[in-house]
Design a protein around this ligand. Structure first.
Ligand code: 3H9
Length: 655
């Protein structure tokens, strides 16, 4: 078998080239190949060694698919230590993304160069791990404690230019990387550059209390997660212990995390997310339609957010509203959102201006005649939606994709009003659409394969995570939310308070408890929807009695300053005895006996409700696979990724 690592000696420079597509992960064969190449380089006439990769990226990390299986020698920590100990200068040449163990390989070399478009990072925390090949010890020595903590606990990669400022990269190469890197190695040799070992460097000065401060902050920001805290322990070890002892602390912590539940869950989630992008029965080479321009109907919060998602990816958007006033309002919300993104440092001023310039407005459907995709994002009125699709059928060019952003309605019924149901699909974004990553792609009975393939590909282009759903009321996410929400109402009537229900779920890891979510969304939304239903359709009165009473008392949620809680002007909540009374009275009226309810019961019943519905969704073939449901809940509903998603959790906890 040929090795994925190649070694050549040219004019006194030994070049180690890694070629292990798709991302040059450090599989066993790569690790062995690196050791073999280092053996050759040790013995030959090379005066310096260059490590470089082919394909789209430098090494993107350890091979995650090998985790959880017996590991084969040589192990990465031994390899990086060997690289650093090499007697000849070793140089890393980075392009694409140098991540995790890949960046640790680079950190163990003596000099690092990168193309300007390269990004480097230590994302292990996203897999419930920490950099386990010296990263926790070398990064603080090079970049300082604060920057190292930020890099490792956020897991977010940084651009080459920033890495250079931090001392993690020495030189930015313009033009061809290999040529530029070899020229630089020659310069280094001409200047008699010697191996420069990071392990021999002292950790820069740092503020007293930096570690306790980080632990406290992460206790809030990364509540429930153990890897970020372990990273702080390792960096503290780097600051206080000799290098070798720091490495031991790192190894111990790494192995503990690797065998723990959180990392197993996050690794499941990593692969579930990538699997979700695949559609069963759709060949990888299914043709796609070119999407160079998009129309959006409806300039409300949703339509505006969707418009921004496309504009941010460089795709021009025409936003349609019913009149100039509504259009002006819609565009000004977009302006405000861009200003907010600039203020929060998410976009540069220049980029925001360029993106905003890609969004134009119109009140005339004829402006959509040439667009490649239209997304309808008006409110949930099935007749209005059908009416819009009839109009689109009349004006849009042949081959244009017609999508609805409906959260609940029957995509097949909407498609049926057009003469081209095969071009109709659901694209269900989550609010705020320019920020939330989830996109449910709803496949109608007659949606064409190339339409589906185009939407999946397009999702990636606009930086969304797509999950395919079949047609049913609420699709995957909102359908599961219904029994979850209903169960929260039963818990209130049976004896829990809103703050107990929310507290139990938030302590368990949900970003927000169900009653706070209801208050945020507005209690009047569900109330209005129920008014249109028969008693039978509404279901068990206990599942909606309390919110009905609250709405009738003028408590519509955050927007009215009161719902399940009371809110001050800054939308800070306080529990409200009036609500406790409403709940007690409703329980008495419905003959429900109240009792002590434990936090454990709250979590089990709520997650159980989600999972039961998830199982039905799987059985009916609405979701392709249980991992897809996990992706929906983590990216769309604040489910903790470190618990793997509801379906993974149910399996692992034998629910
Ligand atoms: C680590 O390094 C631990 C060390 O500190 C200590 C060791 C002792 N392994 O995402 P994509 C596959 S922990 C195996 O769609 P993109 C991926 O599954 C690791 N496979 O592409 C997919 O396969 P498929 C730290 C991997 O262009 C294909 O590659 N590193 C790995 O959107 C394409 O992936 C990370 O956490 C891997 N490490 O994004 C980096 N990475 O086609 C994780 C990818 O069969 N990776 N695959 O579905 C990423 O963040 C992105 O994949 C990357 C490319 C940015 C590299």
């Amino acid at each position: 078998m040929t090795s994925p690592v190649n070694y050549t000696l040219t004019d006194e420079i030994g070049v180690i080239t890694i070629d292990n597509p798709p991302v040059n992960a450090l599989s066993h064969a790569v690790r062995q190949g690196l050791m073999d190449a280092l053996d050759l380089a040790d013995k030959d006439d090379s005066r310096a060694i260059l490590i470089i990769c082919t394909g789209r990226t430098f090494i993107a990390g350890a091979d995650i698919s090998e985790f959880g299986k017996p590991m084969q020698q040589p192990m990465l920590p031994a390899i990086v230590n060997r690289i650093e100990a090499t007697a000849k200068p070793v140089v890393a040449a980075i392009h694409g993304t140098a991540l995790g163990g890949g960046f640790e390989v680079a950190l163990s070399t003596h000099y690092r160069c990168a193309v300007a478009s390269a990004r480097v990072g230590l994302p292990e925390v996203k897999l419930g791990l920490l950099p386990g090949a010296g990263g926790t010890q070398r990064t603080p020595r090079l970049a300082g404690i604060e920057a190292a903590l930020e890099l490792m606990t956020s897991g977010a990669p940084i651009a080459a230019a920033k890495a250079q400022v931090l001392g993690l990269v020495d030189k930015i190469i313009d033009g061809d990387l290999e040529e530029g890197a070899i020229a630089w190695v020659r310069e280094l040799l001409a200047a008699d550059a010697r191996p420069r070992r990071t392990s021999e460097q002292a950790v820069p000065e740092h503020e007293a209390g930096v570690f306790d401060g980080a632990r406290k902050l992460l206790g809030q920001k990364a509540r429930g997660q153990i890897a970020p805290q372990a990273i702080v322990d390792c960096v503290e070890a780097a600051a206080t212990l000799p290098f070798e002892d720091g490495l031991k602390v790192e190894r111990e912590n790494f192995l503990k995390l690797m065998s723990g539940d959180q990392s197993a869950a996050l690794r499941h989630f990593f692969f579930a997310e990538r699997q979700a992008a695949r559609v069963d029965g759709l060949a990888d080479d299914t043709p796609t339609r070119p999407i160079e321009s998009v129309g959006i109907i409806g300039g409300g919060t949703m339509g505006g957010g969707i418009a921004m998602s496309f504009a941010n990816a460089g795709i021009p958007v025409t936003l349609i509203e019913i009149n100039d006033d509504a259009l002006g309002r819609g565009l000004s919300i977009i302006d405000r959102n861009y200003a907010g993104s600039v203020k929060r440092g998410k976009l540069s001023d220049g980029k925001a201006v360029a993106c905003r310039a890609l969004i134009s407005g119109s009140t005339d459907y004829a402006s959509l005649a040439e667009v490649d995709l239209v997304i309808e994002a008006v409110f949930e009125d099935p007749d209005l939606k059908k009416n819009i699709f009839e109009k689109l059928d009349g004006v849009c060019k042949s081959g244009a994709i017609l999508a609805t952003n409906t959260s609940y309605q029957d995509v097949d019924a909407i498609a049926a009003v057009t003469s081209r149901p095969e071009d109709v699909v659901g694209m269900h974004f989550f609010s705020p659409a320019h920020i939330m990553k989830l996109l449910e792609v709803v496949r109608g009975n007659r949606t064409a394969d190339d339409v589906l393939a185009t939407c999946m590909q397009l999702a990636k282009r606009i930086r969304k995570v797509p999950v395919v759903s079949g047609v049913c009321y609420g699709f995957i996410g909102n359908r599961m939310l219904q029994p979850y929400g209903q169960q929260s109402q039963l818990l209130l009537l049976e004896g829990a308070t809103p703050e107990q229900v929310d507290g139990a779920m938030e302590n368990w890891g949900m970003a927000m408890g169900p009653l706070r979510v209801f208050d945020l969304a507005g209690l009047d939304v569900g109330y209005k929807a129920r008014q249109a239903l028969s008693d039978d359709e509404k279901g068990e009165p206990a599942t909606y009695r309390v919110p009905d009473l609250l709405v009738e008392a003028g408590r519509l949620g955050q927007k009215s300053g009161a719902g399940f809680y009371t809110y001050d002007d800054n939308r800070r909540l306080t529990p409200d005895p009036v609500v406790h009374e409403v709940i007690k009275n409703a329980a008495a009226e419905l003959n429900i006996e109240r009792r002590e309810i434990s936090d454990e019961e709250i979590v089990n019943r709520l997650i159980g409700a989600l999972v039961d519905e998830g199982r039905k969704i799987l059985e009916e073939g609405i979701a392709q696979r249980s991992g897809d449901i996990d992706v929906v809940y983590v990216y769309g509903y604040g489910f903790p990724a470190w618990r793997g998603g509801p379906m993974y959790y149910a399996d692992s906890a034998s629910l």
